[in-house]
Design a protein around this ligand. Structure first.
Ligand SMILES: [Zn+2]
Length: 148
């Protein structure tokens, strides 16, 4: 499956509305949330993101969604009134690389897309995108940017 990201949100790490900017805002805590977009002709277009509260007991090294906020979010995008669907999740690694941790592999269910953003090198954040397949097998996907 080809996956295309909205350039200004995911490629320009200095854009004020970018995912990197959102992750920097809560540093050194992990930032977490959802990716929104749509499927078209067998390709997935990631058009936006929305941060969610991190309710982990140790937010500097873990993330956990707030259950009520999660349910509300799922219902909001299921209504498709916005024309956007929930297509994936993301979280940040404030001080480590954008590789899924053992805890990520143990705790994340088989979601659609999962994006990890590393702020280890704050000036050049690293984005990696995965399709979790369960059983500690995460397939890394190429990140492409929508043109035009
Ligand atoms: Zn992680």
């Amino acid at each position: 499956m080809d996956i295309f990201f909205e350039p200004k949100l995911f490629r320009d790490h200095h854009h004020p509305d970018s995912l990197a900017a959102a992750c920097r805002k809560v540093y050194p805590r992990e930032c977490c949330g959802i990716l929104t977009g749509h499927n078209r002709n067998g390709s997935l277009y990631v058009e936006g993101f929305q941060c969610m509260r991190n309710r982990a007991a140790d937010p500097e090294s873990a993330f956990a969604f707030d259950p009520a906020e999660w349910v509300e979010t799922v219902y909001r995008y299921a209504q498709t009134a916005t024309g956007l669907s929930l297509v994936g999740l993301f979280h940040s690694h404030p001080n480590s690389s954008a590789i899924p941790s053992a805890a990520d592999m143990d705790s994340l269910w088989d979601t659609a897309l999962h994006l990890i953003i590393s702020l280890q090198n704050n000036n050049t954040p690293e984005l990696r995108c995965y399709l979790p397949r369960g059983g500690r097998s995460w397939e890394e996907q190429a990140i492409r940017y929508r043109s035009g």
